[in-house]
Design a protein around this ligand. Sequence first.
Ligand code: ADP
Length: 249
Amino acid sequence: GLKLVLSQDITERERADTMRRDFVANVSHEIRTPLTVLSGFIETLASLPLTEVERKRVVDLMMQQAERMQGLVADLLTLAQIEGSPRPASDRWTRVDQLLQRVETDAAGLSRDRHVLQFDIETNGGACEIAGVESEWLSAMGNLVSNAIRYTPDGGEIAVRWTLQPEGGAVFSVRDSGIGIAPEHIPRLTERFYRVDGSRSRETGGTGLGLSIVKHVVQRHGGELRITSEAGKGSTFTLTVPAARVRMR
Ligand code: ADP
């Protein structure tokens, strides 16, 4: 009865509190680490006589840490924005040809010819649209592609596909021949700051927030994120996009 409901409420609130505390602790840790490294470099610059070459090396490393913090703040803002707006506007549509063109351009920029990139995209002469705003979809799809690039060694293959479903809706998938993910990690990948290998993720510029952003965007639009992977072989991330339409001209 009432007592049960109350105790459920309390556990619910306790869980939310714990989650918030964990989140703040995680964010603090993620910011403190690059800050500590940066302070160390500043001290080096200030106190040691360095050659021009050494000085340049230190400044490059400082830049990397600053970029890491910028990436983290950008991802945090994206998450806050998405979580803060309860439902996507139902009257906003995104043109798939423009969206996927951006995804492709960004992918080429990130890979810089280090991978074999394959795009298999049919957008019905530019007439295809999906429900939602472009920035959110770009963030979701862009995160999947940048992960594929970051977790695939040079020379590997990355295949991006867009398929309209005959029964309506569409599917966006990114398949890579990268390092893959052991099965026990897969269910936890979309948790904020969850990483299989923290050092590798950070080295490649990861914030640990990418897949939680992807999941949020997709769920808000009534779609799904599916992950299949084999350690050492590669992974496939698939987004289903329920509301797609082909605009009549
Ligand atoms: P990160 O910024 O660390 O990449 P994400 O939330 O995007 O954070 O991904 C969470 C973790 O999932 C990563 O740290 C990595 O261990 C794993 N992961 C994501 N995408 C891939 C992929 N394509 N191949 C292998 N592992 C991946």
